[in-house]
Design a protein around this ligand. Structure first.
Ligand code: MN
Length: 477
């Protein structure tokens, strides 16, 4: 069980003044929730305390951690928003208010209520992404303690977690949270499969531990000889990840990243040096090499991935990155701001806009659909879904829902591009506007400023392209 002392221990690196604020937020929340209990029988304050602990682990800023401690005070105690402004500050008050508003809406039908809530959760990211970060921590602790709820609630929560919170965690790059949410969901949705896979995973870890330790030892020695500061960790794919691959028809022994070594070094140059050294010890599988440092994922994930052949027939993935990249890969945006300092935090909403592609799609969709149920189903169908990635002329990697065509890409790049595109080149081959994009296609758009815009019968995958095509149709009627 986590205590306030554990939380404070987690806060090493935070300023004295910040720790004092967090302590005060804890004492205030504890007093306000006095006499309230969770279904587990524990005092209510254990929940906000755990949420704050998860947030501290994610390297969230002081206001966010305070808001995590206070996140249920507006809803469940006599506290008012004015109290929070007076005792803390506007930021903290707005964050708590934002988290509270998500779960405090009333509608006639349950479906409509759910859709309205979901929309609130998703779009709160456009006001202040920290609201989502607090909701993710809140959901993670609730999922960890789900055993005390009814079976119906367990399933309902697990489904919502998979449909909404897992994609959100992915989009802000918080892989550690995402993996745990996936595993906890699977545990309640498919208990017997979960149990079986988790036993199998344990056995795999046991069977391979010697081999992995030997690899760790050899790689560490060669890095140390070159005076490269490093840390190496052994990891096995999460249970849900294994489940997904097996569901796709893969054999356990063929999952190339089932076993992995995470190699962290001090700077970018040393990532590439380490890569060369690792390849001098073990033979890589060429097709499995990825350079996400030169080409970060659209959620800002950066790392080198290479899969090695070990002991003749075992596949082991190595992920090579800097210590900073590793923080971002584990916790996403909050760690990003921690590394880049206070100024980065001020510009975080702007950063989101510029660096995270899903953000724009979300804003577009929010303005296109006034109906909540339609909005939620479109987000699930277009953003929180399987994706395809292509490269455009400047080398940028663009993310679209799977099944998208050239016209979807053109409208994603901008309305003027969609309106004037006449054809494109896919990997140097001329293609039409209805060409379905494949992963890693190189696409070059050809435009004609005099074009009348895409034809009315053109099929598109994304709702924005669909809307623009039908708009064109009506304009020229
Ligand atoms: Mn809560």
């Amino acid at each position: 069980m986590i205590s306030i002392d554990d939380l404070i221990l987690k806060l090493k690196g935070y300023e004295e003044e910040d720790i004092a604020k967090i302590k005060f937020a804890y004492e205030y929340a504890r007093d306000m929730h006095k006499g309230q209990y969770r279904q587990s029988g524990e005092e209510y304050i254990t929940h906000p305390l755990n949420v704050a602990y998860i947030l501290a682990d994610m390297h969230a800023d002081t206001d966010t951690i305070c808001a995590g401690l206070l996140h249920d005070t507006l809803e469940d105690t006599k506290t008012t928003k004015e109290d929070l402004i007076r005792l803390f500050n506007n930021n903290v008050a707005n964050l708590v208010d934002g988290v509270t508003k998500i779960s405090k809406m009333n509608f006639s039908s349950e479906n409509e209520q759910n859709a309205a809530n979901t929309r609130k959760i998703i779009t709160s990211i456009t006001n202040d992404v920290r609201i989502i970060i607090i909701k993710l921590a809140d959901r993670l602790h609730n999922m960890r303690t789900l055993e005390f709820k009814s079976e119906y609630k367990q399933k309902e929560n697990a489904i919502e977690t998979m449909e909404i919170f897992v994609p959100l965690a992915y989009y802000i790059g918080a892989y550690r949270i995402k993996s745990e949410l996936e595993d906890l969901s699977l545990k309640y949705l498919k208990p017997s499969i979960y149990k079986k896979l988790s036993d199998q995973k344990q056995k795999i870890e046991l069977d391979n531990s010697e081999m992995l330790k030997e690899m760790e030892f050899r790689i560490k020695r060669i890095l140390n000889n070159k005076n490269i500061p490093n840390e190496i960790k052994i990891r096995t794919k999460n249970i849900y990840g294994i489940y997904k691959r097996i569901n796709e028809g893969q054999k356990l022994s063929n999952i190339h990243d089932l076993l992995a070594l995470k190699i962290m070094v001090d700077e970018i140059d040393n990532c590439y040096i380490a890569l060369g050294l690792v390849h001098s010890l073990y033979k890589p599988i060429y097709t499995k090499f990825k350079d996400y440092i030169c080409n970060p994922k659209t959620n800002m994930y950066e790392s080198l991935h290479t899969t090695l052949m070990v002991n003749d027939d075992k596949l082991v993935q190595t992920q090579i990155r800097t210590f900073d990249m590793d923080k971002i890969a584990s916790f996403g945006l909050p760690a990003y701001w921690e590394i880049y300092g206070k100024n980065a935090r001020i510009s975080m909403q702007k950063d989101l806009h510029e660096k995270y592609q899903f953000f724009d799609s979300l804003i577009k969709m929010n303005s296109m659909f006034s109906d909540n149920e339609l909005f939620v189903s479109q987000v699930k169908n277009e953003i929180f879904t399987e994706k395809v990635y292509v490269y455009i002329s400047n080398g940028e990697r663009i993310e679209l829902p799977k099944g998208s065509t050239v016209i979807d890409l053109a409208y994603k790049l901008g309305r003027d591009i969609g309106d004037t595109i006449i054809y494109a080149y896919a990997n140097d081959q001329m293609v039409g506007l209805d060409y379905v994009l494949n992963n890693n296609d190189r696409i070059k758009v050809v435009r004609d400023e005099m074009s009348f815009g895409p034809k009315e019968n053109l099929q598109a995958r994304t709702s924005y392209a669909k809307m623009m095509i039908s708009k064109n149709k009506n304009d020229w009627k």
